[in-house]
Design a protein around this ligand. Sequence first.
Ligand code: ACO
Length: 435
Amino acid sequence: MTTETPEGSLQVTDTRTGLRYELPIFDGAVRAMDLRQVKASDDDFGLLSYDPALVNTATCRSTITYIDGERGILRYRGYPIEQLAEEASFLQVAYLLLNGELPDKAEAEHWAEDVTHHTFVHENIKKFIDGFHHDAHPMGILVSTVAALSTFYPGAKDVFDKESRRVQVVRLVAKMPTLAAFAYRHAMGLPYAYPDDVLSYAGNFLNMMWKTTKLEYKPDPVLEHALDVLFILHADHEQNCSAHTMRTVGSSHADPYVATSAAASALYGPLHGGANEQVLRMLTEIGSVEHIPEYVERVKAGEFRLMGFGHRVYKNFDPRAQIIKQVADQVFEVTGRNHLLDIALELEKVALGDEYFVSHRLYPNVDFYSGIIYQAMGFPVEMFPVLFAIGRTPGWLAQWEEGLLDPEQKITRPRQLYVGHPERDLDSDTPSTGK
Ligand code: ACO
């Protein structure tokens, strides 16, 4: 329970009984449990709040990520995303999310060294991946192998041991790119490329993805930096579907490998991590800038949605989309211009000047440009959610640990409104039970 004094109260009258209640307000919220005292009769269980998909329910108090959707603000531990993308590396941002503060020089070196030394996976993991069919989706392989890591590190079950938690966090941040790259190499029928500990986090991932016959792989510095920024932009986004899954699984005190696997499964869905793939398909379908007006008219007629536009939280702009546009320019200078970018830029221009999109407050979101960048860098569309999962892992782990250590948290167990049959008996009219 919070010890803060309430900032005010909500006075309500239950018209069923005429009784009045005063519900304290903390941090702009009333506590759902305070509704339990509201009863229509002595044997009434008490009033519930009904909130499918938890659209207006805060499920935790958090100090990790702040979003103001009206003003297009995203901050990790108080730092604006624009400054972090400009000044920090992904590993520094991961440290910030996990520890609450940016690392100093010595801490940053130690953390990078720690992560680098844990990038290898047990050789048996390769055998495990070998068992997947040649056309297995890399996200399916990632979800399964992350869960399988749980069996390699049984000590991870000791979730209330601080040192054990620290080690598992390092392992997960370090091994996700290795599992992701191995999943890709398996699908391509290529030999696995081992981590190279002289490279940066993003550089090493590119090495494990693309290394061929040369002894040393040298990542292009522009692409390495672009990938690092993309990881930063995806590192956390407060209580979204996958973060909530991470907390929910963690609330049963399951180990962080299976919890991360569950979070990655939530991300796999097209409504969450799969939108950038849909953007790419849409731009390909549009085919050329001349077809944009007709396509936009069809969107306005309600035939389908403009993928990569709109957001549940951001209603003026998505700050990540603005940073990504700059990254796109840098990437295309190296890879050459992808004609889909011209379609995307024109589509954005047309939509932002159109009354329908303006009145519905629809702006490009993070996924509008990320897919085009990934494609230009050579990643197949199946890898898009995998890349998202690598970037999001520190955020999931920060959410997991915060939930685990929060004295107000318990095992997640929502209520329901039962709307099925009242009690009834089996009788002669009931279809045969087979007995
Ligand atoms: N294209 C056209 N119209 C849209 C779009 C869109 N992309 N998004 C919303 N609308 C319209 C809806 O038709 C609705 O119109 P109406 O009020 O006239 O019926 C109105 O805007 C509100 O739509 P909702 O679905 O209620 O908005 P919600 O906040 O629930 O949806 C969402 C947010 C799911 C992101 C939605 O905008 C969408 O489907 N966008 C396309 C998919 C996408 O890009 N997803 C990635 C999100 S970012 C991420 O997950 C990392």
